[in-house]
Write a new protein. Structure first.
Length: 467
């Protein structure tokens, strides 16, 4: 207890830390005002950040499953582990091979406090240890890790979402090279890293100069971390596309309830849409749009999920449903989370020219047709990146006309799965041929248009949530 108190006394809660900010995005409670403020600033630049961090957890789970299962790795060195969450490295590895040994490394004292209390292992399982150290000190990490791990046997080196905090002048490639050089033959490097390939120079600069500087790197720069190594298929790709064929659609995730170990399943936030037909000029709807307290609650919840265990529908979605016309319901669209692909299909030329940032996309006609013409409420901003938008009946009628008038043949010539993948669109299936993908997205877009047509015919408007 005294040791834990000593660790906690060294916390500077006035300064944000990557591990605690990550915990905030995952819905955890082990974060402070500075972490939440920094997290919200990132959301303003990159609204789907929460999707990204959840997908990052899935990537870690898939990678450890591959290493501990098919590849037979029994030792793991996880640097930049962060606060404990669901499916930590040792949990995934020891489910498959109980004898697996895991050493965690992080530089946040709060992580140490939680690690000692929460990173428990089953009786008879291999050792799980923790080192308080910084990735910038590879020699120290290797020296301490060697007290637990046998460096004569293969090791899985995990560098998940940590190297983008290392500035170029701190030589991140040199750090990785030193760590890899200490590993015996048969070892594996698992790495994820944020990229600026799909952002404007201004956004890249904003990340680099934020409260927690993030050094976004290009695809080629990330690929350099694997120089001299044999890279497994499918190569250096988006984490959501790395061996994700067996993930269910839509994906479901485990989000912690504070300590992260007693997770509950809920729909993953990211690129799914639901809509509700309401009269936007109704007094009850106006009142909700103007209620800052309700929107403050909304910032802590997804816009929509059926339920979290025994918990009720999120407050804002339930409130809106209560003032909707009799018989109204939340309706899902683009069920395989291909909302971005529908945008692209509507106008591939504009998408590749304009879709460098979320804010730029919001100004395009294709985005407004699919995701809503305008923001639903002045207070509808969320620390979790959830979007609330709406379209009037008049705009819906115009949107339907645009979809009906689509020159299918011309758009098909511009449509490309490879380009969607290159542009970083969400949940692109790289193995899907262009004709099949085009037919699938077009069918979804036309189904959405029919729904909008029916709503406009009843002289109702549409609230659209992106989650």
């Amino acid at each position: 207890m005294a040791d834990a108190q000593e660790m906690a006394s060294r916390l500077d809660t006035s300064v944000p830390h990557p591990a605690r900010r990550y915990n905030y995005w995952l819905g955890g409670k082990d974060n402070f005002a500075a972490d939440r403020e920094s997290g919200d600033a990132v959301v303003a630049l990159f609204p789907s950040i929460r999707t990204a961090v959840i997908e990052n957890r899935y990537f870690l789970r898939r990678a450890v499953t591959l290493l501990a299962g098919e590849l037979g790795i029994r030792q793991f060195l996880d640097i930049g582990t962060g606060l404990p969450s669901a499916d930590n490295t040792h949990e995934v590895a020891q489910r498959l091979a109980p004898e697996s040994s895991v050493v965690y490394v992080d530089n946040d004292p709060l992580v140490m406090v939680h690690a000692r209390a929460l990173l428990t292992v089953a009786p008879g399982a291999g050792p799980t240890s923790y080192i308080e150290a910084d990735v910038r000190s590879p020699e120290h990490i290797l020296q301490e890790a060697a007290k637990i791990l046998d460096f004569s046997r293969p090791i899985g080196l995990m560098l998940i979402a940590v190297l983008h905090f290392i500035a170029d002048e701190e030589d991140p490639h040199g750090i990785v090279s030193r760590l890899v050089s200490a590993l015996p033959s048969g070892s594996y490097l698992v790495l994820s890293h944020s990229t600026g390939d799909f952002l404007t120079p201004e956004a890249v600069h904003a990340f680099r100069t934020g409260a927690i500087p993030v050094y976004l790197r290009t695809h080629d720069d990330v690929a350099r971390f694997f120089d001299g190594l044999q890279v497994l298929d499918p190569g250096v790709v988006s984490i959501s596309n790395w061996r994700a064929e067996q993930e269910p659609e839509p994906l479901s995730g485990r989000v912690g309830d504070g300590n992260g170990l007693r997770g509950r399943t809920h729909p993953v936030v990211g690129m799914a849409l639901k809509s509700l037909a309401v009269p936007l000029d109704a007094d009850a709807v106006r009142a909700i749009r103007a209620d800052p307290e309700l929107w403050a609650l909304a910032s802590e919840q997804p816009p929509f999920c059926a339920a979290w265990g025994d918990e009720p529908l999120p407050d804002i979605s339930r409130a809106l449903l209560a003032v909707a016309p009799a018989g109204a319901a939340w309706v899902g669209h683009f069920g395989d989370r291909s909302f971005q692909q529908a945008e692209y299909l509507l106008d591939p030329v504009a998408y590749r020219a304009e879709a460098r940032t979320w804010k730029e996309r919001e100004r395009t006609t294709a985005y407004r047709i699919v995701a809503g013409d305008e923001a639903f409420a002045a207070h509808a901003t969320s620390g979790q990146g959830f979007a609330w938008r709406c379209s009037s009946a008049a705009f819906l009628a115009t949107a339907v006309q645009r979809i009906d008038a689509l020159d299918v043949a011309a758009v098909r010539r511009e449509f490309s799965v490879a380009e969607m993948d290159h542009l970083g669109l969400y949940k692109v299936h790289r193995e899907e041929d262009d004709d099949h993908a085009f037919a699938r997205v077009l069918a979804q877009l036309r189904a959405f248009a029919e729904h909008c047509r029916g709503v406009a015919a009843r002289d109702l408007d549409l609230i659209i949530t992106l989650y």
